[in-house]
Design a protein around this ligand. Structure first.
Ligand code: TXA
Ligand code: MG
Length: 350
């Protein structure tokens, strides 16, 4: 029922792109790769098509969707107004992993924005995503192509796991580059506000437009108290099936604590998963140890995070223990996703 097509992003088969675009134009659902994660696309101007997205994902209807476009001119029909700072950021980072929240135009159906008067827009850089949107000649609403609440999909198998049988087509374009969803930044107030950290960091944006802010609800100590501005941030997200605990502190103490918790849990007969790094994996002598990447290469850690959580699901572990990562630059996005995946279960060891 769900067509699964492999497309080589360096040698794109136009016929397959045309087929995908035709499905989208008719109001169907197509999952495709972007540079961040796989997206589940539908015609953003078609109420019924957008409703199908919520249904396929099991997504709460008040959690709005990002509208994807293939050229800047398409913005005109989607937003009421583009402020100067927004313009500059678009010039600097589009196409790429950055989503802008802007005041919406009347063309956007209410179910796309969860009833808000703002709309999220992004121009992806992945050649397959761009070709599909260009060929369809319509703006494409696309949340991450996972079942709501599960880790976002970074390869086509993750999409197949969650959505096969529920959507019309899945384009397999291999593993994504970044592995974390786009940075979301709100331009509807004077000082732009980051609602979701991502590959494009606060520092990178400030280099272009000066001072911006980061939503306080994203900071750990506010996670439970403040109402998040981005509706999506209030739901349980990215969560593996087993409880996940993050152990935070100096690295040698973290490793000691994980080994201690590992023994405790194994004594109870539990199967323990450990999220380790290239630098630490040799210090764990039991449990199921997965290396998420090299501590000196945050890009690797970002790229492998969601995949690692899904691997532990497949292995049926009872509990997952994760090292923490420093929060500089891309680390902020990594820790944001990890904290959310854990439900903010963090054990400090200093
Ligand atoms: O990288 C990405 O952004 C991926 C790929 C497929 O492009 N898409 C993605 O979409 O992550 P989704 O739906 O999983 O996440 C969209 C986020 C949610 O947290 C949602 O609440 C927020 O953007 N959002 C969407 N519209 C909004 C709005 N008008 N105001 C505030 N937040 C909004
Ligand atoms: Mg998502």
């Amino acid at each position: 029922k769900t067509k699964i097509y492999k497309i080589d992003k360096n040698n794109i088969d136009d016929n397959k792109i045309k087929e995908a675009a035709a499905i989208l134009k008719e109001g169907g659902l197509v999952a495709f790769p972007t540079e961040t994660v796989y997206g589940l696309g539908a015609n953003a101007l078609d109420v019924d098509a957008a409703n199908k997205i919520y249904k396929a994902k099991g997504r709460p209807s008040d959690n709005p969707l990002i509208v994807h476009i293939a050229n800047v001119e398409s913005l005109n029909e989607l937003v009421a107004y583009l402020p100067e700072k927004g313009k500059k950021v678009i010039e600097a980072f589009w196409p790429g992993p950055l989503t802008l929240i802007l005041n919406k135009s009347k063309n956007i159906p209410d179910n796309i924005t969860g009833g808000l008067n703002t709309v999220a827009v992004r121009m992806p850089s992945h050649p397959i995503a761009i070709e599909v949107i260009k060929e369809a000649k319509i703006p494409i609403a696309a949340p991450s192509a996972n079942t709501s609440g599960r880790p976002s999909p970074t390869n086509a198998n993750h999409v197949i796991e969650d959505l096969e049988g529920k959507i019309d087509m899945i384009i397999d374009g291999g593993m994504v580059d970044i592995g974390l969803e786009s940075t979301v930044i709100d331009f509807t107030s004077d000082i732009p506000l980051i609602l979701r950290p991502g590959y494009i960091t606060k520092e990178m944006i400030e280099n272009v437009i000066g001072k911006i802010e980061i939503d306080k609800a994203l900071l750990e100590e506010f996670a439970h108290s403040e109402a998040p501005r981005s509706p999506g941030m209030k739901y349980k997200h990215y969560a593996p099936k087993a409880p996940l605990n993050i152990i935070d502190g100096e690295l040698d103490k973290v490793v000691c604590k994980i080994n201690e918790l590992l023994l405790d849990n194994e004594k109870k007969g539990l199967k323990v998963g450990i999220i380790a790094t290239k630098q630490t994996k040799m210090y764990y002598n039991s449990g199921i140890v997965k290396v998420i990447g090299d501590r000196n290469h945050e890009n690797e850690i970002a790229k492998h995070l969601f995949k690692t959580l899904r691997e532990f699901d497949a292995l049926g572990v009872d509990i997952i223990l994760s090292e923490s990562f420093n929060e500089n630059y891309l680390g902020q996005a990594i820790m944001n996703r990890l904290l959310k995946a854990s439900g903010y279960k963090i054990i400090k060891v200093n």
